[in-house]
Design a protein around this ligand. Structure first.
Ligand code: AVI
Length: 301
């Protein structure tokens, strides 16, 4: 339904959350290893270099709530340095990843209470109570995934996190920053074509899971930085005039008409500070790499 509605809009669009099936997630993992895709590498470097300070800022006895935890690959680094963490709450839509990760972590951290939640993390899920009462709630949202939200949804989502964590709680978040457009452009137009494959895979997924007949070689990957809107826009452009069957409907494409598949907003530190403030957070601490490409920020409620 959401898919059909998106394709019937005057400017066609598909929600970027549909990228992440098994193959899409593997393609994304490959993106994170690309030379051009500085985000993951830089966030990891900042995290490694500043981990003592980050852990000290988060403080003792917190309940760590990870939004979109996936395989919880980044979590041990944090858990290893936190002082007496009380509980870890991974939230992810993929049950398999969630349970595998929870099992793995429970073996490595036998004293830590692990309370997985299988849910769309933007939905209104109920937070479980840890056995030990009185822990401060600290949310963890790495990867600059906040950049994939439009402005108003980003504010609403951050406000929801602030509400979940409550007074005394906080959010540790990775935020990609504005920079030279050519660096941004390369990050979403890699030489090896992995980002193009990731984008096109969305159509392949629709063909498999819905009744659609997109011809993959009749669409092209197109990503560019839109400075007026401070975002990378990713599109799939129809290479000819064509019709695509979507269930019982036929969707008509003009030559060069596009489907908007993703936005990735880039912020200055001031802009993100304003967004955080409008959602009820105060920026307590910012950690940066030497080139100021990427920030890790601790926001308090
Ligand atoms: C998940 N997210 C932060 C990625 C980004 O950079 O916006 C998704 C992505 N799209 C293309 N390349 C990576």
């Amino acid at each position: 339904m959401e898919i059909l509605q998106g394709l019937q809009k005057p400017i066609k669009e598909l929600p970027s959350k549909y990228f992440y099936d098994e193959v899409g997630s593997q393609l994304f993992d490959r993106i994170t290893e690309l030379d051009e895709y500085y985000l993951t590498r830089t966030e990891l470097q900042v995290m490694q270099q500043q981990i003592q300070d980050i852990a000290a800022t988060l403080g003792p006895r917190c309940m760590l709530i990870e939004y979109g935890s996936g395989s919880s690959m980044k979590t041990p680094q944090l858990l290893d340095h936190l002082e007496q963490p009380v509980a870890y709450v991974p939230i992810d839509i993929s049950k398999e990843h969630l349970l595998q990760a929870s099992l793995r972590l429970s073996q490595s951290y036998p004293k830590l209470e692990i309370l997985p939640i299988c849910a769309d993390y933007t939905s209104n899920f109920a937070l479980p109570d840890p056995t030990q009462p009185g822990a401060r709630k600290v949310a963890y949202y790495p990867g600059s995934t906040i950049g994939n939200f439009d402005r108003e949804p980003a504010r609403n989502f951050l406000a929801q996190i602030a509400h979940t964590c409550g007074q005394g709680g906080g959010l540790l978040i990775g935020v990609d920053l504005k920079k030279d457009f050519s660096i941004l452009h390369s990050a979403y137009n890699d030489q090896a074509g992995v980002t193009a494959a990731f984008n096109l895979h969305l159509l392949e997924r629709l063909n498999h899971e819905l009744n659609t007949d997109f011809q993959l070689d009749q669409f092209g990957h197109y990503a560019f930085y839109n400075p007026a809107e401070s975002r990378i826009e990713m599109h799939l452009v129809s290479l000819r005039k064509q019709q695509v069957q979507v269930g019982k409907e036929k969707i008509a494409f003009d030559e060069y008409e596009s489907i908007w598949t993703e936005s990735s907003y880039k912020y200055t530190l001031d802009e993100f500070g304003q967004l955080a403030a409008s959602a009820g957070f105060k920026v307590e601490h910012i950690w940066l790499d030497t080139q100021k490409f990427f920030s890790i920020q601790y926001l308090s409620v």
